[in-house]
Design a protein around this ligand. Sequence first.
Ligand SMILES: O=C(O)CCC(=O)C(=O)O
Ligand SMILES: [Fe+2]
Length: 349
Amino acid sequence: MIHPHCDEDSNEPPTDIERVQAIAFSSLSEGTIPPEFIRSEKEEPAITTFHGYVPQVPTIDFSDPDEANLTRLIAVASMEWGIFQIVNHGIPFHVITSLQKVGREFFELSQEEKELYAKPPDSKSIEGYGTKLQKEVEGKKAWVDHLFHKVWPPSAINYHFWPKNPPSYRDANEEYTKCLRGVADRLFSRLSLGLGLDEDELKKSVGGDELTYLLKINYYPPCPRPDLALGVVAHTDMSSITMLVPNEVQGLQVFRDDHWFDVKYIPNALVIHIGDQLEILSNGKYRSVLHRATVNKEMTRMSWPVFLEPPPELAIGPLSKLINEENPPKYKEKKYCDYVYCKLNKIPQ
Ligand SMILES: O=C(O)CCC(=O)C(=O)O
Ligand SMILES: [Fe+2]
C-alpha cells in the first residue's frame, strides 16, 4: 500500500524560475543582491558568526589501529558535537578530486543543458537539478543551486538524473560511492559499539542493505553580499548520517554553545554529520548537529553531501535496548517518509 505521506512533497518551483547561478551573474556586476536573499538580523552571517577563540570540531584519524580508541573518539564526538571530520579514511585523493571535477563541470555546462536534469515540478522524488528544497521562512531564498540523485543501492538509482556530461560523471560517482560505502560500514559499526550495541545493530536499524545513499551537490556561486545572504539556512539533516566533502572554500558553520562557528576546511577530510535518525535511534545520546553554510564574495563554493537514508517505509524510534525507566523514550516512532514529509513542510514531528 502506498502511504499517503510517503511522497516527498514537491515544493520545487517550476523550471522557468531563475537559478541562483544566473542571478549571481547579474548581481556581481551590480554589487547588490535581490531583497529575498537578504537575511533577517537574527540570521545575517556578518552579525551572527563568532569571532575569537573558536573551538574546533573534532578531527579523527580513521587509520588508528586501536579500534577501541577509535570507537571512543567517534562516540564522544557524536555525543558532544554531532559532527566530526575524519582523516586517513582510505578514500584515494584522486577519487575525491574526480568526484569534485565532474560535479563542477556539470554546473559549468550551459543553463539549457543543466535544465535537462531539472527536478520535474510535479515529481514525487527529491531527485534532480533545482534551487529550493523546503518551505522557506518569510519567503527568503538561499544562495545555492543543487543537484540530487541517488547513488546506492542499484535498485534505487535513476540514471535519468545523472548528468551525461561530462562523460566521466558516472564512473567518478560510482568509484566514490564504492569507497564511501566501505567507510560508512566501518563508521556504523563504531557508532553502534559506542552505544554499547552489537557491531551490526545500528546499520540494521537504518535499513541494512536497503540504506539509501542520496548525493546532493551544492553549488554556491560568488555572492556580492556574503555578509547578508546564506547558502543553506540553519538545519539538521534528516538522514541517519551525512558524509560530506567540500571544496576548498570555507563556508560550513555549526551551532554550539549559542554561537555559530566555522568548521575548518581540512584537505581530503570527510565531514560526518549525525542526522536526526541517529539522534532518535540513540534516544538523544548522539546529537543531530545544527549547521548552515555561508557564501563567498569572489569564489564559488561547492559541497557534496551524501545523505544515508533509511528506506521510506521503515519505522524509526528509540532502540529498545537504550530505553529503560531512567531513560524513557524522548522521540516518537515514525516511518522515515512521514518524518521527511513533516520536516520539509515544517509540521511538528
Ligand atoms: O555546504 C555545506 O557545507 C553544507 C551543506 C548542507 O548542510 C546540506 O546540504 O545539507
Ligand atoms: Fe546539511
